[in-house]
Design a protein around this ligand. Structure first.
Ligand code: C2E
Ligand code: MG
Ligand code: MG
Ligand code: MG
Length: 285
């Protein structure tokens, strides 16, 4: 009975005061302020070639330096930004900041280096996206080949024709496309033939269980084999131990990313690693 009553009260509360809408407005305002006050920051996590241990790219991961709350992780604000629409200005800021950073690094002779940037669903469906990115790269005189956009399977599955068209335009600019969290959605590899995809990122949930479950090892192996047969490169995310690294190497996984190799870090911290010969410490010793 208490549960029933509680639900009714929530219902009344929502109807009466539209608390959800009020909350959304509050969050939207906070995110807006955060952008204006420069509280957003990009961290960068290295991506390594597993054949020789070389650092080949970085993934930009956004954080919110919220006064009084410390570092807020994207899981706690990206979904809200997506719901309120704030993801569009935030996403634009992320694109600009990551590209500017890459240009600075290239100008200083650091690299060759690839910058992977996560796109949100709403950003991906935004009509001006391709043009915005094209003019940004043009303005910065940045080689589109050095930019990789990460999207998820579910973003391909909704409004598929539009997704195909957007990806074709991005790809014809020279931009690389990666499917993030691969294996957690509903697509099959055969399905992916329709899309111009350059890389699959095997979701960390599969990598996590590599050590314990043979089934996951088989899934990972078959993703890699099939991807390669379609000329798609593979990167594993969430590598946390030597065993996983070894397994992935044995299965000819092209690249890897994870706490074992390097954590996401602020620009100043990652710079020492961005010289051409940096290899992850495991292979170095
Ligand atoms: P993602 O793109 O799949 O990013 C990988 C996440 O795994 C990151 O979490 C990263 O810090 C974390 N990670 C890296 N290595 C390891 C590891 O060895 N073990 C484990 N357990 N985790 C590892 P983070 O930074 O909290 O980001 C979470 C998600 O938020 C991202 O997942 C992405 O979907 C989203 N996100 C992050 N930055 C952005 C952004 O700039 N724009 C958009 N639209 N989404 C973003
Ligand atoms: Mg990602
Ligand atoms: Mg991922
Ligand atoms: Mg993920």
């Amino acid at each position: 009975h208490a549960k029933e009553k509680g639900r009714n009260q929530v219902q009344l509360f929502e109807n009466g005061m539209n608390i959800r809408a009020v909350n959304m407005m509050k969050i939207s305002g906070e995110l807006h302020q955060a952008l204006e006050k420069n509280q957003m920051e990009l961290y960068y996590q290295p991506q390594f070639s597993l054949s020789d241990g070389k650092l080949v790219g970085v993934e930009a991961l956004v954080r919110w330096n919220k006064p009084g709350a410390g570092l807020v992780y994207p899981g706690d604000f990206i979904p809200l930004a997506e719901q309120t629409g704030m993801i569009l200005p935030l996403g634009q800021w992320i694109l600009e900041s990551a590209c500017r950073q890459l240009q600075l690094w290239h100008a200083r002779g650091l690299g060759p280096l690839r910058m992977a940037i996560n796109l949100s669903a709403r950003q991906f469906r935004q009509p001006g996206l391709v043009q915005d990115i094209a003019s940004l790269l043009d303005k910065l005189k940045l080689d589109p080949e050095s930019i990789e956009l990460e999207i998820t399977e579910s973003m391909l599955m909704e409004e598929m024709e539009m997704a195909v068209a957007t990806m074709a335009s991005l790809s014809s600019l020279g931009i690389k496309l990666a499917i993030d969290d691969f294996g957690t959605g509903y697509s099959s590899l055969a399905y992916l033939k329709r899309f111009p995809i350059h890389r699959l990122k095997i979701d960390k949930s599969f990598i996590k269980d590599l050590a314990r479950e043979n089934e996951d090892a088989a899934i990972v192996a078959s993703i890699i084999t099939l991807a390669h047969s379609m000329k798609i490169a593979v990167i594993a995310e969430g590598i946390e131990n030597e065993y996983q690294l070894q397994q992935l190497g044995r299965q000819a996984c092209d690249e890897g990313q994870g706490y074992l190799l390097a954590k996401p870090m602020p620009a100043e911290e990652i710079e020492p690693l961005l010289c051409q010969d940096f290899r992850y410490p495991v292979l170095r010793n």
